[in-house]
Design a protein around this ligand. Structure first.
Ligand SMILES: Nc1ncnc2c1ncn2[C@@H]1O[C@H](COP(=O)(O)OP(=O)(O)O)[C@@H](O)[C@H]1O
Ligand SMILES: CC(C)(COP(=O)(O)O)[C@@H](O)C(=O)NCCC(=O)O
Length: 398
C-alpha cells in the first residue's frame, strides 16, 4: 500500500492549500476525497453561469488505502495536513476543523481511533445517500464519466441531464448494493448480494495464495477459465444446447470441471482459478443486476465500486451478462471514478449542512466546468484513473 501514498502525495504541492476532506471507510478500502486550492488562484467574484460568487479554483484529489492498513491512512492525513482548512484558514486562522464528513461502516467502527489519533470527530453520513449523491454528481458534472464496455470497446456515454432518471446503481464493493435512483436524494435500495468484491478477493486469496488484490487480478489476466469451468459442450458432447439458446462454449457450471476428475487444488494453475472466480462473480452480479432492472423497468445500469478496477475482463463479463439476459434491452455502464462515489457523496454533503463553524459559509456547487485530468497527457480512452487522478473544479461561496 505504500506506493499508493507516494503516488497521492505527488499531487500536493503545498499542504497548506488543502481543505475539505471527506472519507469513506468500507469493508475493504478507505477512500479519501479532498480539495486543494490552485496556488495561483484568487477568489473570483465572477461566475455568471451558476449565479454564485467567490469561486475558488482547485483540484479534487482521490486516494485509497486498504482498511486493514488504516494507520497508513491516518499517517497520510496527518503528514499532508489534510485536516487543516486551506483557503478558509487564511480568513479565519483560529477556525481549525474539529470534524470531517465520513461514510461507510468504518465511520462507526473507527470513530474512536480518529478521535484518539487525529483528535477529529467523524460526522457520519449515510452510505447509500452518499453513493447516490456521488453518482449523480459525477454523471451530471464530469465529462467522460460514464462509458459502456463491450467486446473490448470502450465508448463514452453522453448523459442527458433531463433524461438521467430512473437508473439502477450497482455498487460492487466488499458486498454489492443495488439502488434504484429516481433523482437527487430520491432512491431506494432494492437489492444486494453478499457475493461481491470481498468474495473475489477473499476466496481468491485462499485458493491462489496470492498476497495482494493486484496480484490476483494480474493472475486472472493470464488464466483460462475453461480449465476449471464446466461448459455446456462438456455436458453435451461438444454440441450447443440451441433449443434453450446455450452455445457449447457457454459456462454451464462455474468451477464444475473440478468435480470431474480427482484433481486437487494444486493441480490447477492459480491463474486459471483466478480467472474462473472473476468471471463467476462478475457474471452473477451482472445477472442479478439485470433482474433488478427488469423488476422496475430500468434500462440503464451504472456500475461502481472498486471491485471493477477498470478491468476489461470484469466489465466485459458484466456487460455480456446484462446484454444476454436483457436480450440487448438494458445497458451496462461503468464510471471512471467507480470506487469514489461514497467519498464524493460525503464530500458533497458539506454543502447540505450549515457550515458556519467549519467553512465560513463556503460550499461546493456542482462545478459546471469540472473536467478530468486537464493538465496531464490525459486520454480518457486509455487511462485507468484508480490511483492518481485529480479533477479540476471550482468551489463556490454560498
Ligand atoms: N488494492 C485493493 N485491495 C483490496 N481490494 C481491492 C483493491 N482494489 C480493488 N479491490 C476490490 O475492491 C473491493 C472493495 O471495493 P470498495 O468499493 O472500496 O468497497 P468497500 O467500501 O466495501 O471497501 C474489494 O473487496 C476488492 O474486491
Ligand atoms: C453492508 C454493505 C452496505 C457495506 O458496504 P461495502 O463496505 O461493502 O461497500 C454492503 O456490503 C452490502 O450491501 N452487502 C450486501 C448485503 C446483502 O444485501 O445481502
Amino acid at each position: 500500500m505504500d506506493h499508493l501514498r507516494e503516488i497521492q502525495t505527488d499531487g500536493i504541492s503545498n499542504p497548506r492549500e488543502i481543505s475539505r476532506l471527506a472519507i469513506d471507510i468500507g469493508g475493504s478500502l478507505i477512500k479519501l476525497v479532498y480539495f486543494s486550492k490552485d496556488s495561483s488562484d484568487h477568489e473570483d467574484p465572477l461566475n455568471d453561469s451558476v449565479g454564485v460568487s467567490n469561486g475558488v479554483n482547485g483540484r479534487l484529489h482521490f486516494a485509497k488505502f486498504e482498511t486493514i492498513n488504516i494507520n497508513d491512512c491516518l499517517k497520510f492525513i496527518s503528514a499532508n495536513k489534510l485536516l487543516l482548512g486551506g483557503f478558509q484558514h487564511q480568513e479565519n486562522p483560529t477556525n481549525d476543523r474539529s470534524f470531517i464528513k465520513a461514510t461507510g461502516g468504518g465511520a462507526y467502527k473507527f470513530s474512536d481511533l480518529f478521535k484518539e489519533k487525529l483528535g477529529i470527530s467523524l460526522e457520519k453520513e449515510d452510505e447509500m445517500d452518499c453513493l447516490v449523491t456521488g453518482a449523480n454528481f459525477l454523471l451530471k458534472a464530469v465529462n467522460h464519466e460514464a462509458f459502456t464496455y463491450l467486446n473490448g470497446q470502450k465508448e463514452f456515454v453522453q448523459i442527458d441531464h433531463n433524461d438521467l432518471y430512473p437508473y439502477l446503481l450497482v455498487n460492487i464493493g466488499s458486498g454489492v448494493g443495488m439502488v434504484k435512483v429516481d433523482g437527487d436524494g430520491k432512491f431506494e435500495r432494492v437489492s444486494g448480494t453478499s457475493v461481491g468484491g470481498g468474495t473475489f478477493w477473499g476466496l481468491g486469496k485462499l485458493l491462489t495464495k496470492c498476497q495482494s488484490f493486484d496480484e490476483l487480478l494480474e493472475l486472472s489476466h493470464r488464466g483460462n477459465n475453461r480449465v476449471v469451468d464446466m461448459l455446456v459442450g462438456d455436458i453435451y458432447g461438444g454440441m450447443d444446447y440451441s433449443k434453450i439458446g446455450l452455445s457449447s462454449t457457454a459456462i454451464a457450471s462455474s468451477f464444475g470441471r473440478a468435480i470431474s476428475n480427482n484433481n486437487e487444488l494444486d493441480d490447477y494453475k492459480p491463474e486459471d482459478v483466478s480467472r474462473s472466480l472473476l468471471r463467476m462473480i462478475s457474471n452473477n452480479i451482472g445477472q442479478i443486476s439485470y433482474l433488478n432492472a427488469l423488476r422496475f423497468g430500468l434500462k440503464r445500469i451504472f456500475f461502481g465500486g472498486f471491485f471493477i478496477r477498470g478491468q476489461s475482463y470484469t466489465m466485459d463479463t458484466i456487460s455480456v451478462a446484462v446484454h444476454f439476459w436483457s436480450k440487448g434491452e438494458a445497458k451496462a455502464m461503468f464510471l471512471r471514478h467507480e470506487g469514489f462515489l461514497g467519498a464524493l457523496g460525503a464530500f458533497m454533503s458539506y454543502e447540505r449542512h450549515s457550515l458556519d463553524d467549519l467553512m465560513i459559509n463556503q460550499s461546493v456547487q456542482i462545478p459546471v466546468d469540472a473536467s478530468c485530468g486537464t493538465d496531464t497527457n490525459y486520454n480518457p480512452l486509455e487511462r485507468d484513473l484508480n490511483e492518481t487522478e485529480s479533477m479540476q473544479c471550482r468551489v463556490y461561496q454560498a
